[in-house]
Structure formats: C-alpha cells, structure tokens
Write a protein that binds this ligand. Structure first.
Ligand code: ZN
Length: 141
C-alpha cells in the first residue's frame, strides 16, 4: 500500500507493506522509477513499514534493496532507496508514519494466511479484503 499524505507535496510519501507474498512485494523493485533520479542513489529513502517476518523474507528475495553499503569492487546500480521500518504485528501497538497513526490488524488473506491490514482514519485498508469477503459470501450461496 503506497500512501501520500496531505503534508507531502508531491510524489510518494511512504509504503506500508501488508505481507511478503509476491502480490505485495514484486513492485518494490520498480519504486526507483517514482523516486528522484540519482546515479549514485544519493536520495532520501522512502520509508517502508513492514513486519519482521516480511523483512526477513525480502532480505532473501531482494538483497540489493536491503544492502546499505557496496561491497568492495561492486558497481553502483540504481535501485530503490528504502528506509526499512519494522513494526509489530500487534493491534495494541499503533505506529505513526508521516503524521498518520496506523493500527496493524490481522486480516485473512486467501483461505489460510493472516496478513496485516491497517486501521487508518476509521477505514480498514488491506490487500484484497473485499475480494476475500466477496469470495466467502459467494461460496455460501
Ligand atoms: Zn498475498
């Protein structure tokens, strides 16, 4: 979920990652397209909020997005610059991102996977929650 807040004039403000499935993370590589250009990656990183479980998965899938420093002899590649912020999967521990308070909530994603949804301004935002609810409603008919 990419968010732009009223106090951010242009561009992307922050990313809140709901889970580590491909449907949620495969676009991370393309974030660089909407970030300011710098051949040396010297830009302000976009904050990205995610669970520790998602962070561990992404570190394996996209090590170049997590790596902070170049290894000796490694060439600079333009990659998305992200500021990884681990959040707790606990609805009693809301967090503030760019002036907004978000409450992590467990939501079913598919048949048996618990993802994170977020309570924000009295609306619950989650991946495909409407699809999931609709599928279950249809299945009961
Ligand atoms: Zn998924």
């Amino acid at each position: 979920m990419i968010m732009r807040t009223a106090n951010h004039e242009a561009g992307m403000c922050l990313i809140v990652l709901t889970h580590e499935h491909a449907d949620a993370v495969l676009g991370l590589d393309d974030i660089r397209v909407v970030q300011p250009f710098s051949p040396t990656n010297d830009i302000d990183p976009t904050p990205i909020y995610l669970s520790e479980e998602a962070m561990n998965s992404i570190a394996v899938k996209f090590p170049y997005l997590v790596q902070k420093k170049l290894k000796e002899g490694q060439e600079v590649r333009r990659v998305a610059q992200l500021d990884w912020k681990i959040i707790e999967n606990d609805c009693k521990k809301p967090f503030v991102a760019s002036g907004l308070e978000l409450v992590p909530l467990p939501v079913m994603h598919g048949e048996d996977y618990v993802s994170l949804g977020f309570l924000l301004a009295k609306k619950i935002l989650s991946p495909r929650i409407h699809d999931t609810v609709q599928q279950r409603s249809t299945a009961r008919l």
